[in-house]
Design a protein around this ligand. Sequence first.
Ligand code: ZN
Length: 454
Amino acid sequence: MLPKVTCYGGVGEIGGNKFLLEDEGARVLLDFGAGFADGADYFDSTISPRGVNGAGDLFEFGLLPEMKGLYSEKALQNTEVKYAEPEVDAVILSHYHWDHTGRIGYTDPKIPVYCGETTTLIHDAYSESSGSPLDGHAIRKFRTGDRFRVGSMEFVPIHVDHSIPGAYGFVIHTKGGTLAYTGDFRFHGPAGSMTRDFVEGARSEKPSLLLTEGTRVSEKDQKTNMSEKAVLDEATRMVEGTKALVFSTFRGNDVDRINTFYHACEVSGRRLVVSMKIAILLERLKADKSLRVPRVGRDVDVYLRRKKTGRLDDSDYYAWERPFVGRGVDAEQVRKKQGEVFLHLEARNFPELIDIRPEKGGTYIHAATEAYNEEGEKEESIIRNWIEHVGFRYSQLHASGHAPRKEVEELVDGISAKKVVPVHTEHPALFREFKSRKWDLELPVKGKPISVSA
Ligand SMILES: [Zn+2]
């Protein structure tokens, strides 16, 4: 049987990567994520799939493949699909973003998950705080330079730069041919050279097929390609130009962004104050010698939200939060030194501003993707109302986790596989317009196998 790859997600959509790779009886999944638009016609922030029905509510709308030997007994208990011992040998994870991990929680914990060493630390932090989709699975870790086998297949993981540490692309040798999978990547982050390592590494293994992301391959991607360095320069300018409080919303596992704002604070003599969830992530990532992260207590403080009794008692907090309570600052302390603080505040925690009572004239930095759908626009308008209410300046400042179209094109040309399959993009057909086109384009179809040939 010729090796083949079947896409069960990431087809004409951003995220939701679920690729089944089969070769000589070995079967692995490359990522098993939730799509951003997954089920958006049926579910939203009000209506969500019932956890108690396992995979059933997702099967109903074809949001998960009804594959035998993949899911846990618990995920199948209320469904028509019968439980069977695993027929999938492994889930190989590119990085710890929800659109790549989000459905692993439904899979049989007897199936091991392979991921980068840094990802295991991120998993530990989430596992302790809010739970992780990898919980219960045996975890096998790798680093760049390793090679590992699953059945007849040999995997060569190569690091890439992305908006979360521990991101990888892969070269995979099968009996019938070699393929490469990019995961998510960019060149404009602090570790852009890692993506160039991937391009070089993949090219040298001469893959016949390339599965590449194309998030920003779109007619509409007019955004200037801001680098993380440009975010630092701009943030430093904003912080230096503000006398009152500065606060910002950004993705808590974007370690580059945490470093960026930490450095902007260092230059201007402010103190970065982060959430407990960021604090535990930074604590766990200390163990990674190749990463530089600010130290909790020494470099950054932790914000104490009022919970349960509202008195900031130790017992108000979960066990994992308690070690941070003694090192924390509360709303009153932030209020007293507003001009010296840069606060990380998720939109859902904006009511904290009522306790902080910030003086007018501060700066708010929305350091995340701009709204791209109706739900996002609604959230943005609510955020703007809050910012206006406290009398702050609203600024948008963000470097994307993904390469712009031109750089995707350069990567595809650089790797020079015979066949290119665009995934993790809403516009796979736009790859037709790429200039060089020394390769064949195959547009993926959900559930239809693509053969990998030499
Ligand atoms: Zn990602």
